[in-house]
Write a protein that binds this ligand. Sequence first.
Ligand SMILES: *Cc1c(COP(=O)(O)O)cnc(C)c1O
Length: 241
Amino acid sequence: MSTTTPVNAIEREQEIVHNLTKIQHTVDHLKGSNTARLVAVSKYMPAEDIEYATKTGQTHFGENYVQELTEKSQKLPKSIDWHFIGHLQSNKCKAVAGIPNLFIVETIDSAKKADTLNKACIAVERKDKLKVYVQVNTSGEEAKSGVEPADALDVCKHIKENCPALELYGLMTIGMKDRDATNNPDFEKIVELRQDIKSKLNLDVFEASFGMSGDYEEALKDGSNNVRVGTAIFGARRIKQ
Ligand SMILES: *Cc1c(COP(=O)(O)O)cnc(C)c1O
């Protein structure tokens, strides 16, 4: 019997495995004694690309759109740990909460949204608490989602005290594009907030998710616990975000 795998698919697999293996090594090297995970951001990429990526042992994948995440999660192995990293609309909370192997929602942007997701988890009878990060708009750009840095503590406190179906797990920021990577003010802000809120709310685990393709190395040096890398693994997306 002849092999039927097209040459294109073989090349694509090699490309993804090559990129991802290199980045995994860099992450392992730079994280030092910190616990930091690499999230492979697979938005707009076909399910096959994710399957290739899993061959390196990669389990954490990030998606921005509920519909796309739902379809991929049904099609792909349940051993994948999904991260929802897109803007979360209230009317999509139930669909998100219903994905059994969803590891975390990284984009809680208000106390109200947390309440809606909390209710959704209860409504779908989710087995375990759903981990959440509060997204912070560290750069103050109007187009960016997230709570103001000054409000982050209150929103975290609200989740801890009023959302029993959620597990407050940290903060997330996107930050301004094309910042000078060293002394990045978005990174400094999120690290400062992580420390402050962790101690004020007396939390054992409280992470900070920051760093993308262009600056994940710097982010890890600055103490990121969760870097979200898309382009550097899968190449340019056809549809621009
Ligand atoms: C798309 C996206 C990423 C990945 O960005 P790259 O520059 O392709 O690495 C990370 N985080 C969020 C929230 C995203 O939407």
